[in-house]
Design a binder for this molecule. Structure first.
Ligand SMILES: C[S@@+](CC[C@H](N)C(=O)[O-])C[C@H]1O[C@@H](n2cnc3c(N)ncnc32)[C@H](O)[C@@H]1O
Length: 308
C-alpha cells in the first residue's frame, strides 16, 4: 500500500491512500460537507460564478447514464464503491423517524435505500436524477414497504418540489457532474425546510480517484472518443473542499462542516473491477468495439489496475 500526501488549495492536508495491488483492495477518498442551517442567499458576482463553473464544457445529458450504464453501475460499482460511502453519508446527518428525505442525483438509489432504512414507516424518500434508466433501478431491493418512495426525473437545477418541503437533502457524487453547480445548490436550499440539513459528498481533488482514473486513462491511451468534452481529464471527477463550500455558501447555506474520509474498498475480483468501466459513461464506447479490440482494451485496463 502506498501513501501519498498532497496539499490542497487553502493548505488543507489531504491524505490519499492508493492501492498498489488491486486484487486485495482499492481505496477512495472523498469529502463530505454538511450544512445545518439555511440563511439568506446572496447574489454571486460574475468572477465568483466563473470560478464555481469548473467544467463549462460539460453539458447536462441524461444519456450519459443510460440503460446499459445503469445496469452495470448497479452490478459492479454500487456494491463495492457507492454503498459503503452511502452508509457513511447517511449516518453523518443523523436522520429522524418520519422525515422526508431528498436524494439529488440519486443514480440507482444507494443513498435513498440507506436513508429509507433509517427514517422508517410514515416517511418519504424522494430520489431525483436526470437519468430515467438510473432511477428505474431505485425500487429494486428497497428496504421498506412502509416508506413512500417517489422518483423524480428532473435536473438538480430545477427540482420539481415545493419550497421548504424536505427535512434533509443528500447528494453523493453528483454535484461535480452538474454543469451549473450554483443553480443546483440554490435548488437544494430552496426545497430544504428551515433548520434542515444538506450532506454533499464528492471525490476529493487528486490525480488518483480510483478506479475512474484508470478507466479514463485506458480509453485515452487507446485513442478512443470522449463520451463528452473533457471526459479524459480526471479533474471533472472531483472538487476541492473550498469549491464545494463556496457553492453552498453562495446558495445561502451557513455553518458548514467539512470532513475528509477514506474508505478501503474491496473488489471481489480483478475482473469485477475491470467490468466497472461498463457502469460509467465510458461503458457504451467500450461495449461497441469489435470483440477482439474490446478484449485488448480490457486487458490494457487490467494491466493498469494491477500494476504497482
Ligand atoms: C456517479 S452517479 C452517483 C449516483 C448516486 N448518487 C450514487 O451515489 O450512487 C452520478 C449521477 O448524477 C446524475 N446527474 C448528472 N447530472 C445531473 C443533473 N444535472 N441533475 C440531476 N442528476 C444528474 C447522473 O445521471 C448519475 O445518476
Amino acid at each position: 500500500m502506498r501513501h501519498v500526501r498532497q496539499m490542497a488549495r487553502g493548505s488543507r492536508k489531504i491524505a490519499i491512500d492508493q492501492s498498489a495491488s488491486l486484487g486485495n483492495s482499492s481505496s477512495s477518498s472523498g469529502l463530505r460537507i454538511r450544512c445545518d442551517d439555511r440563511k439568506f442567499p446572496r447574489r454571486l458576482n460574475l468572477g465568483e460564478r466563473n470560478s464555481l463553473w469548473k467544467n463549462p464544457g460539460v453539458t447536462e445529458d441524461e444519456a450519459l447514464f443510460g440503460d446499459s450504464v445503469a445496469d452495470n453501475y448497479r452490478e459492479y460499482l454500487e456494491p463495492v464503491i457507492f454503498r459503503p460511502w452511502a452508509e457513511l453519508l447517511v449516518n453523518f446527518v443523523g436522520l429522524d423517524k418520519g422525515q422526508t428525505v431528498l436524494d439529488v442525483a440519486a443514480g440507482t438509489g444507494v443513498v435513498s435505500r440507506a436513508a429509507a432504512a433509517r427514517v422508517g414507516s410514515g416517511s418519504r424518500v424522494i430520489a431525483s436524477d436526470v437519468s430515467a434508466a438510473m432511477l428505474a433501478q431505485v425500487p429494486n431491493c428497497f428496504p421498506s414497504n412502509e416508506v413512500a418512495l417517489q422518483s423524480l426525473e428532473c435536473s438538480a437545477t430545477a427540482l420539481e418540489l415545493p419550497d421548504s418541503s424536505v427535512d434533509a437533502v443528500f447528494c453523493q457524487q453528483g454535484l461535480q457532474f452538474i454543469p451549473d453547480r450554483p443553480a443546483a445548490a440554490r435548488e437544494m436550499f430552496r426545497v430544504l425546510r428551515p433548520g434542515g440539513k444538506v450532506d454533499v459528498a464528492v471525490w476529493l481533488s487528486s490525480p488518483s480517484v480510483h478506479p475512474f482514473i484508470d478507466y479514463g486513462d485506458t480509453l485515452k491511451a487507446q485513442r478512443m472518443s470522449e463520451p463528452f468534452p473533457g471526459a479524459f481529464d480526471s479533474s471533472f471527477l472531483s472538487m476541492t473542499a473550498d469549491e464545494v463550500e463556496s457553492v453552498l455558501h453562495a446558495a445561502g447555506f451557513k455553518d458548514t462542516e467539512v470532513r475528509i474520509e477514506h474508505i478501503e474498498l474491496e473488489w471481489p475480483s480483478v475482473r469485477h473491477a475491470v467490468s466497472g468501466v461498463f457502469g460509467t459513461p465510458y461503458g457504451p464506447i467500450v461495449a461497441a468495439l469489435d470483440s477482439d479490440v474490446r478484449e485488448s482494451v480490457l486487458e490494457d485496463l487490467q494491466r493498469r489496475m494491477t500494476s504497482p
